[in-house]
Design a protein around this ligand. Structure first.
Ligand SMILES: Cc1cc2nc3c(=O)[nH]c(=O)nc-3n(C[C@H](O)[C@H](O)[C@H](O)COP(=O)(O)O)c2cc1C
Length: 195
């Protein structure tokens, strides 16, 4: 055994999504964010294209993205579907989180690797980030609202061509109990073919 398996199992199963509304006012330090991102970059990557690009908004930089979020939502939803409650939640969210990271994908200029595999590599990176947050007792939320995929957001993030925003990653120390979750039993999701 190269690593402590019971710690590894516990870390993986303890990983939880925790939204900014549950964060305390304790700030996440930059060194911790760097560690989270560095572990993200150790994800598997087909052809070593390393397609992940991160834009970190924290401190004074938070306002620039969090101030836009309610407007992106408003511009995106139809009048009929618009929810004032959701809008207000996005306004308040700006006050609650101490770090938000835009997770973006830079396409390999030669297009050697199918896009879906670059997306998959980034999903692996996000899992590494989540696990590192869990080890620190930091709550994280991988958020993918529909408006993230609009040209308005693409422009804001300075993305070009086939580059895409794949989500936002919020981080913060949670207030109160660390949440629990559950999964379907392995038998339900696995088929064994053993000859
Ligand atoms: C690709 C992807 C997109 C997600 N987008 C959202 C989202 O937009 N909003 C949200 O609340 N959670 C989002 N989540 C988190 C899931 O809601 C969460 O993983 C699920 O409820 C299971 O909870 P757990 O992460 O605590 O195990 C996303 C997760 C993934 C993998």
């Amino acid at each position: 055994m190269r690593h402590n398996l019971s710690d590894t199992n516990e870390l993986i199963r303890d990983r939880r999504t925790i939204a900014p509304e549950k964060y305390s006012s304790r700030k996440v330090h930059r060194e911790v964010v760097e560690e989270v991102l560095r572990n993200g970059t150790w994800a598997p990557t087909h052809g070593m294209t390393q397609p992940w690009r991160f834009k970190v908004y924290m401190g004074g930089g938070l306002k620039s993205i969090m101030g836009q979020m309610p407007l992106w939502y408003k511009n995106y939803v139809s009048e009929k579907k618009f929810s004032q409650k959701k809008y207000d939640k996005l306004v308040a969210r700006g006050e609650k989180c101490s770090v938000v990271i835009a997770i973006t994908m830079e396409r390999d200029p030669n297009g050697r690797i199918p896009e879906i595999e670059e997306v998959e590599a980034i999903a692996c990176a996000v899992q590494n980030m989540y696990l590192t947050c869990t080890a620190h007792g930091i709550g994280a939320l991988y958020s993918t609202p529909g408006y993230l995929y609009t040209d308005e957001v693409k422009q804001f993030l300075g993305l070009e061509g086939d580059d895409r925003c794949l989500g936002l990653f919020y981080m913060g120390y949670p207030e109160g109990e660390w949440p629990k979750s559950h999964r379907k039993p392995l038998e339900y999701v696995t088929e064994w073919i053993e000859g």
